[in-house]
Design a protein around this ligand. Structure first.
Ligand SMILES: [Zn+2]
Length: 166
C-alpha cells in the first residue's frame, strides 16, 4: 500500500496526521482502529517524507527554469524534437527532485515494508535516490517506482510534466 493510500485510509477513519520533527503526530476524536495505527507505524518514514513541508528551497519558478533550461539544452545539443526534449527534461527534474528530497531511513527497518532484515533478504542501503534509504532488495523496485511517482506528482503540481504542459 502506498503512503498516499494509507493517508487516505487514516483520514477516512478520522485520524489527523501531522509531522513533528521525526515523528508523526496523530490526533483523532476516538481511538483509531489498531490496523490503521499499525500501518502508520510501519510506513512512518514514507509518511513523514510525504507530509513534511518540502525541505528543498527551490520554488516553482526555479523548477520551471531548470526544466526549460534542460529542455533547451537537450533539444538543441541533442538534436531531438521539443516533445522528446521535454520528456527527457522531466526525467532530469525527477532525478533532481529525488536528490533534493531524500528520505532517510534507519538500518533497522525497511522503508517500504517496515520489516527488519530477513534471513533471505538483508536490508541494504540504496543511495540511488536517497541519502540513506534502507530497503530489502525485493522491496527496492516498488519503493523506487513509488518515489518516482512522488517526484512526478510534486513536479506536476508545479506545472511540470503531463498535467501541466497542455
Ligand atoms: Zn522490505
Amino acid at each position: 500500500m502506498s503512503a498516499l493510500a494509507i493517508l487516505a485510509r487514516a483520514r477516512d477513519a478520522g485520524v489527523n496526521i501531522a509531522v513533528d520533527g521525526d515523528d508523526l503526530l496523530l490526533t483523532a476524536p476516538a481511538q483509531p482502529p489498531a490496523a490503521i495505527v499499525d500501518l502508520l507505524a510501519q510506513h512512518k518514514h514514507e509518511l513523514i517524507a510525504l507530509l513534511r513541508p518540502c525541505s528543498d528551497d527551490w520554488m516553482t519558478e526555479d523548477w520551471q527554469a531548470y526544466f526549460d533550461e534542460r529542455a533547451g539544452i537537450i533539444e538543441y545539443d541533442g538534436g531531438v524534437s521539443r516533445p522528446e526534449a521535454e520528456v527527457r527534461a522531466l526525467d532530469a527534474c525527477i532525478a533532481e527532485w529525488l536528490r533534493r528530497n531524500p528520505v532517510r531511513g534507519s538500518s533497522e527497518r525497511c522503508l517500504r515494508c517496515g520489516g527488519a532484515t530477513r534471513s533471505d533478504d538483508t536490508l541494504l542501503v540504496f543511495r540511488g535516490d536517497s541519502a540513506g534509504a534502507w530497503l530489502h532488495v525485493q522491496c527496492w523496485l516498488a519503493w523506487s517506482s513509488h518515489r518516482n511517482a512522488e517526484a512526478r506528482s510534486a513536479l506536476a503540481a508545479m506545472g511540470l510534466g503531463s498535467q501541466g504542459n497542455s
